[in-house]
Design a binder for this molecule. Structure first.
Ligand code: ARG
Length: 505
């Protein structure tokens, strides 16, 4: 065997050092399910289930349902169980049905009857609803955080590229001259709505169902508000029936948020696929973010972008499944809901890497500014602006000038560029006295001055793009602070709860 031919990387692999690291990340992102398997759903909830048990222990101890001795032994057992879990020594026994019974039995095996008393006023219905909300809320926060990092990069790049002209499209046809900077800021504006939507999802998710029991309250004196606070929830889902049955809505809310966001991701993916094609060559993807072919050694494919579009379809499908799963249920807890768990977890597994992959892709993207500019020529992208300019100078109605320009375009089809004489001929033929001056024609021939001429709020005019960058930058910074504050508050609540548990020892 030829030792120089590597056997520990894909056959098409290239790059060393940092490039190799990036390539490996991209390969893993693109391969996904082809080579990785999925863990059981409840395995993801062990950490959260221990937390809900801690809150229950504290509430039952405070209410005097558990004696000091029982509270002490349960506190010790929960601390040990968390330790075992964190060191990989606690795994789920499938015969014990779910994470809740697994945790209960693990406690029973160390503390005996006290574990049974810890189940006073509790049901797996509110436990699972609570575990899920805890699990999803962390993901929502870190996803928003990751997204904001990407937006920061796009805003930096937009500032550099606000004068980089290229065609803007309508109907897949070149339409107007625009800039790469304006395109990037368009992404940012859309993704900031995603952040805003995500925050709404977070606020609705971070409400506590604990203490709702099976859905109909309990005669045990559980302080629901205190338990909610111990777990870092913002408020209590007061009505106990809805507290339990709304669990599926958490996942549906996320899937609906993600469905729109994934469409935004797909738009970016499609821009990159098109603009990197040989036929455009406006952008060049770094070799390490592309993937190769097992037969065509020359290939450098934008698989990550196609994979992102595939993931978008999967997310849309999850939303449809979640909606249909909820629609057939009457009030109360029904086990149909259990099937929302894999969908909700899958969603995250699929989308979590996207902002990071885009950071790698955009961070290494090369623009061919010359080709972008070249592409603004020859397609009459200036035609509408000829009409605008003449209408303004002459006082003629836009529609009349538009007709003249249309005729001039027809006349110039062969050369692909409007000429002053063709426009003036058309004006004359239609009985208008106004003529285009050489100075106006010169201005209209430059893509940069076409852009500079557009002054409306939010247009690609570099000054307007700069305004957008500044306002979005402030919004991004505001969101970063908010997310950071909230993450820290959750972490503090976790520490405080664990300290309360230690105080029982
Ligand atoms: N594994 C179950 C679920 O996810 C836990 C709740 C079971 N509750 C019950 N009443 N059987 O829904």
């Amino acid at each position: 065997m030829n030792a120089k031919i590597r056997t520990h990387s894909p056959v098409w692999a290239h790059g060393t050092g940092k490039a190799k690291e990036v390539r490996e990340r991209i390969v893993a992102f693109c391969a996904g399910r082809d080579v990785t398997s999925l863990a059981p759903c409840d395995e993801a909830l062990i950490h959260q289930d221990i937390s809900t048990n801690e809150a229950a222990l504290l509430a039952l101890a405070k209410a005097g349902v558990l004696s000091k001795k029982e509270s002490r032994s349960l506190a010790r057992a929960l601390i040990d169980l968390r330790g075992q879990f964190e060191s990989g020594k606690f795994s789920l026994d499938p015969e014990l049905e779910d994470v809740h019974i697994n945790v209960e039995q693990a406690l029973r095996s160390t503390v005996g009857d006290a574990a049974g008393r810890l189940h006073s006023g509790r049901s797996r219905n509110d436990q699972v609803a609570c575990d899920l909300r805890l699990w999803h809320r962390d993901r929502i926060l870190s996803h928003i955080e990751e997204t904001l990092e990407l937006l920061t990069l796009w805003l930096e790049q937009a500032e550099v590229e606000k004068g980089t002209v290229l065609p803007g499209f309508t109907h897949h046809q070149r339409a107007f001259v625009t800039t790469w900077g304006h395109n990037l800021v368009a992404y940012v504006q859309a993704w900031l709505r995603d952040v805003e939507r995500g925050w709404g999802v977070f606020e609705r998710t971070n409400r506590s169902p604990i203490g709702a029991a099976a859905g109909f309250g309990t005669s045990w004196p559980l302080d629901r508000e205190w338990m909610a606070d111990l777990l870092g929830f913002d408020s209590v889902l007061e009505n106990s029936a809805d507290a339990v049955s709304s669990r599926i809505e958490v996942e549906t809310d996320i899937a609906s948020w993600m469905s729109i966001w994934m469409n935004h991701c797909s738009l970016v993916a499609q821009d990159l696929v098109l603009f990197s094609m040989e036929e455009f060559k406006w952008v060049r993807l770094a070799v390490e973010v592309t993937t190769g072919s097992s037969i065509m050694p020359q290939k450098r494919n934008p698989d990550f972008a196609e994979v992102i579009k595939g993931k978008a379809s999967l997310v849309h499908g999850s939303l449809a499944s979640l909606l249909s799963m909820a629609k057939g249920q009457p009030s109360g807890y029904h086990r149909d809901s259990q099937y929302s768990k894999p969908l909700g977890q899958d969603l995250w597994r699929e989308v979590e890497g996207v902002p990071e992959v885009y950071r790698l892709v955009f961070g290494s993207l090369k623009l061919d500014r010359k080709r972008m500019k070249e592409a603004t020529k020859g397609g009459f992208l200036e035609a509408a602006e000829w009409a605008d300019s003449i209408a303004r100078e002459s006082g003629l109605p836009f529609r009349d000038v538009y007709t003249c320009i249309g005729q001039a375009v027809d006349h110039c089809r062969k050369t692909g560029a409007l000429t002053r004489s063709a426009v003036n001929d058309a004006l004359k033929k239609n009985g208008f006295e106004h003529r285009v001056s050489a100075a106006t024609a010169k201005k209209l021939a430059s893509p940069e001055s076409l852009i500079a001429g557009r002054s409306t709020l939010g247009s690609p005019n570099p000054k307007r793009v700069q305004e957008q960058i500044e306002s979005f930058r402030a919004t991004v910074v505001g969101w970063k602070k908010k997310v950071d504050r909230t993450t820290k508050r959750m972490e503090r609540k976790d520490r405080e709860r664990q300290r309360e548990i230690e105080n029982l020892l």
